[in-house]
Design a protein around this ligand. Structure first.
Ligand code: SF4
Ligand code: SF4
Length: 720
C-alpha cells in the first residue's frame, strides 16, 4: 500500500472512530441481533452446509442455471434482461420508467451496486425508498450504515426532525409516532407509483420464482401495487429449485436477524392474472401487468476467473457485519458498495485494486469471525489475503515491510537487533508509570509515546533455555518459541519448559529458526514467507519428536496450514516433508490435554481468572475447551467466563502498528468485558494478545495481570 493510499485509509479510520453516534447505533443492533442469531442457529444444524452446497452447485453451473431461470421466467410471462454491466442495467431500467415518473423502491443490494436511485433521480424520476431505514437515509441524504438496519447511525431525535420537516408538522419523538408518519407518507407514494423496484433473495430456476423476504411488508407492496415491477438481482441469486430458494430465505432470517423465518416471504411466479372464467384471458389481477427481471453480471464472471467464486455464494444476510470487530468500530468506512470485508472482495470484481485498498484492504485483522458467522462459511479473510498478494505483485510490499521481512528471514539478524535494542533502547525508551514506553513519537511506526511496549530480553530464550534430555520421557516434543517469546516474553518459554519437565516430556529446540512468516503471509509477501518457511522446515524436520508444540497459535497456524499452501506447487518430496511436519503441530493446550495425562497441579493460585480466546487458536485450530479445562484444574482458581471471550483483542501483529488507535479501540471493548468479570488475572494462549492486553490495561489504569495459561500452570507446579 502506497503512502497516499495509507493516508486515505487512515483518515477514513479516524473519521469512523470519531463518529460515536453511529457506533452507539451499531452496538444497539449487535446487542439485539447477536444473541438472537446465536440462539437460533443451533436449531438448524444442517442449514449452513446445505446452503453452501446449493450455492456451490449454482456457481459451478452458472450458465446452465441462468439459461434455465430465463426460460422458466419467460414462460411465466416475465421479461428477463441480462445486463453485462451496471450501465447496461441502468439504461434498461430507465427505458421502462415514464419521463418524470414515480418509482417506489425497496431495499436492493444489486440496486445499490448499480447506483440506480441516483441514476434515475438525475434523469428526472422521483424515487421513494420504502424500507423505513432507507427512507430515513434518503431524507437525511446519507448512506446506509448497516445492511439490515441502514439508518442505525441516526438518533431518534434526528429522525423526528427529518420526518417533521417532511410532514410539515412537529411530530412526537417516539418510535410509534415516527412509524405512523412513515406509513402514511409511503402509502400515498405506493398508490400513485408507476413502477416498483425491488431486489430478490433468490430466484428458483426450475419454476421461475422470485423470492423476497422482509419484516416490514413494504417489499410486498412495492411488488404488488404499481403496474410495473422491476427486480434487480445479481446472477448469483439464481438457485436450481424452489426448495433451494426456500433454504436461502430461511438462512437469511436465521443468520441475519436470528428469526426462524422472515415475517413476509413473497414468492412471485409470473405476472398477475385473474383466473375468473367470466373475464377474458388478458385481464390482470391486483398485481403488476409487467414483471421485469434484470439479471446483473457486472464483473461476476471476472471474479470467478480470478479465483473469487466463493464471494458469489453470499446471500447478503449481513451476519458477518454483526461480528466483525473492524466494522463495529469504523462502520461504513470499511467496505465498498457492500459493507465490510466482503465489500472489498466485491471491489476486485471490477479489477480495481486501488479501490479495494482505499476502502480498507489493510484493515482486516484476519480474525475469521465473519467466516464463522456466515451461513455459507465464506472465507472472506483468505480472499482478502489473496487480494493483498495481488497488490504486492503489482506494487511491491513497501520499503519498511521489505526491510523488516528481510531481517526476519535471517537467523543471525534478530539476536543482534535484540542486543542492540536492549543496550541502546534506553536512549529511545523510558520507564513510565504505565510501563516501557518510547521517548520519541513514532506514529508512522505505530509507536506513539503512550504505547506500552514489551521489554527486550537482552539474551534470547534460545540462548537462556537449557532443556534437559530425560531418561524415560513419556513424549519427546520440539518447541518453536516464535519471535515474541524469543526476544521479549522469555518467561513464557521458561514456563513451558517447566510445565513439560513436570510432566516428564522431553523438549528439543532447533539450532537455527526464524520468524514463522505469518507477518509476510498476511501482508501478501509470499517470497519472504517462503524463505522463512523453508528455514523452519529444515530446522524442525530433522528433530526426532512426537509433536511440535507452540505457545503462539499464529505461529502454529503458519506451520500447520500456511506452509502446505505455500509449497502446494513444489516438488512431491518437499510437499511430503511439509505435510509431515504440519501433522506434528500442536498448540500447547491441545498437547497437554490430549497427548499426555496431565500431572495434577498442587500449588494454590488464589486468583479470579478469565480467559480470552486468541482468534487463530479458537477458529483456525478449534481449541477452546482445553485451556479452560486446564485453568479449572488449578487449585485456588476461581474461573469466570467473560462475555464474547472469542472476539478479537485487536492486536493483529502489524495491524496494530499501522492502525494503533483502531486496534486500541477494539481492545477497549474486550477490556470492558474483562472488567465485568472482576477477574484479577486475564489468561490467554497467545503472546501477541498478551502484549496488546498489557498495553490496553496500562492505558486504562486497570490492574489485571496478563498471563499465558502455561505460566499459570507453571505457578501451580511451584515455579515462582
Ligand atoms: S476476518 Fe475479522 S476483521 Fe477481517 S473481515 Fe472478517 S471479521 Fe472483519
Ligand atoms: S458473507 Fe456470509 S455472512 Fe456476510 S452477508 Fe454474505 S452470506 Fe451473510
Amino acid at each position: 500500500m502506497g503512502k497516499q493510499t495509507y493516508k486515505i485509509v487512515k483518515s477514513k479510520v479516524t473519521e469512523g472512530l470519531k463518529d460515536m453516534e453511529s457506533r452507539k447505533g451499531r452496538f444497539r443492533a449487535f446487542d439485539a441481533i447477536r444473541p438472537a442469531m446465536l440462539k437460533m442457529v443451533p436449531n438448524y444444524p444442517e442449514l449452513s452446509n446445505r446452503l453452501r452446497q446449493i450455492k456451490e452447485y449454482s456457481m459451478d453451473h452458472l450458465d446452465e442455471v441462468i439459461a434455465k431461470a430465463q426460460r422458466s421466467l419467460e414462460e411465466k410471462g416475465c421479461k428477463v434482461y441480462l445486463a453485462d454491466t451496471a450501465e447496461d442495467a441502468q439504461n434498461y431500467i430507465a427505458s421502462l420508467i415514464p419521463k418524470e415518473g414515480l418509482v417506489v423502491k425497496s431495499k436492493s443490494n444489486a440496486g445499490k451496486e448499480i447506483n440506480i436511485s441516483h441514476y434515475l433521480e438525475d434523469r428526472g424520476v422521483t424515487v421513494v425508498e420504502t424500507d423505513l431505514g432507507d427512507r430515513i437515509n434518503q431524507l437525511a441524504k446519507c448512506e446506509a450504515s448497516h445492511s439490515l438496519a441502514p439508518a442505525i447511525h441516526l438518533s431518534i431525535e434526528k429522525i423526528t426532525q427529518l420526518f417533521s420537516e417532511e410532514e410539515g408538522i412537529q411530530l412526537e419523538c417516539t418510535p410509534e409516532a415516527l412509524v405512523v408518519s412513515a406509513r402514511k407518507g409511503l402509502r400515498d407514494f405506493l398508490v400513485k407509483a408507476d413502477v416498483g423496484i425491488s431486489g430478490a433473495n433468490a430466484i428458483a430456476a426450475d419454476t421461475g420464482s422470485i423470492f423476497v423476504t422482509e419484516n416490514e411488508g413494504n417489499i410486498r407492496a412495492v411488488s404488488m401495487m404499481p403496474k410495473v415491477h422491476i427486480v434487480i438481482a445479481g446472477v448469483e441469486k439464481i438457485v436450481s429449485t424452489l426448495e433451494d430458494a426456500m433454504q436461502v430465505v430461511r438462512a437469511a432470517a436465521v443468520y441475519g436477524v436470528g428469526q426462524d423465518i422472515g415475517t413476509y416471504v413473497s414468492v412471485i411466479s409470473g405476472v398477475s392474472e385473474s383466473l375468473d372464467p367470466d373475464l377474458d384471458e388478458d385481464t390482470h389481477g391486483q398485481g403488476p401487468k409487467e414483471v421485469h427481471i434484470v439479471l446483473l453480471k457486472n464483473g461476476r464472471q471476472e471474479a470467478i476467473e480470478a479465483g473469487f467464486q466463493e464471494s458469489l455464494y453470499c446471500i447478503n444476510c449481513g451476519s458477518c457485519l454483526n461480528f466483525c470487530p473492524v466494522y463495529a468500530e469504523v462502520g461504513s468506512k470499511y467496505g465498498y458498495k457492500y459493507l465490510g470485508g466482503r465489500g472489498l472482495v466485491f471491489a476486485a470484481f471490477h479489477g480495481d485494486l486501488e479501490k479495494t485498498e482505499e476502502n480498507g484492504l489493510s484493515l482486516c485483522i484476519g480474525c475469521q469471525k465473519c467466516q464463522t458467522a456466515c451461513p455459507v462459511q465464506m472465507a472472506t479473510p483468505n480472499m482478502l489475503w489473496k487480494l493483498r498478494q495481488d497488490a504486492v505483485a503489482q506494487k511491491g510490499v513497501g520499503w519498511k515491510k521489505n526491510l523488516i521481512f528481510s531481517m526476519l528471514s535471517k537467523p543471525q539478524t534478530l539476536p543482534v537487533v535484540n542486543k542492540l535494542a536492549t543496550t541502546f533502547g534506553k536512549l529511545a525508551l523510558k520507564e513510565s508509570d504505565k510501563g516501557m514506553t518510547s521517548r520519541l513519537t513514532l506514529n508512522s511506526f505505530g509507536l506513539p509515546q503512550e504505547r506500552v511496549i514489551p521489554r527486550f530480553s537482552g539474551k534470547s530464550f534460545t540462548e537462556i533455555a537449557k532443556p534437559k534430555p530425560l531418561a524415560k520421557p513419556v513424549k519427546k516434543v520440539g518447541f518453536y518459541p516464535g519471535c515474541v517469546v524469543n526476544y521479549t516474553e522469555t518467561d513464557l518459554g521458561e514456563a513451558l519448559l517447566h510445565v513439560l519437565a513436570e510432566n516428564n516430556v522431553e523438549v528439543k529446540l532447533a539450532n537455527e529458526d526464524v520468524c514463522c512468516g505469518i507477518p509476510s503471509i498476511v501482508s501478501g509477501d509470499l517470497d519472504h514467507a517462503k524463505t522463512m518457511a523453508l528455514k523452519n522446515i529444515a530446522a524442525y524436520s530433522s528433530l526426532e519428536m512426537d509433536a511440535l508444540v507452540f505457545v503462539c497459535p499464529s505461529c502454529a497456524v503458519a506451520f500447520k496450514e500456511e506452509y502446505p499452501k505455500l509449497f502446494a506447487e513444489d516438488s512431491p518430496e518437499l510437499q511430503k516433508k511439509v505435510r509431515n511436519l504440519a501433522l506434528k503441530v500442536k498448540d500447547i493446550n491441545e498437547f497437554l490435554s490430549q497427548d499426555i495425562r496431565l500431572k495434577p497441579p498442587e500449588h494454590r493460585v488464589a486468583e479470579t481468572v478469565t480467559y480470552h480466546d486468541p482468534c487463530h487458536l479458537a477458529r483456525s485450530m478449534g481449541v477452546k475447551k482445553e485451556p479452560r479445562e486446564i485453568i479449572q484444574k488449578i487449585p485456588g482458581v476461581n474461573y469466570v467466563e467473560m462475555q464474547d471471550a472469542d472476539m478479537c483483542c485487536g492486536f493483529g501483529g502489524s495491524f496494530s502498528l499501522s492502525f494503533y488507535e483502531l486496534s486500541q479501540r477494539i481492545n477497549e471493548g474486550k477490556l470492558k468485558d474483562v472488567a465485568d468479570t472482576q477477574a484479577t488475572t486475564l489468561a490467554t494462549s497467545c503472546p501477541g494478545c498478551m502484549v496488546h492486553f498489557r498495553d490496553g490495561i496500562a492505558q486504562h489504569a486497570m490492574k489485571q495481570k496478563v498471563s499465558h495459561v502455561v505460566q499459570i500452570l507453571s505457578r501451580a507446579y511451584g515455579r515462582r
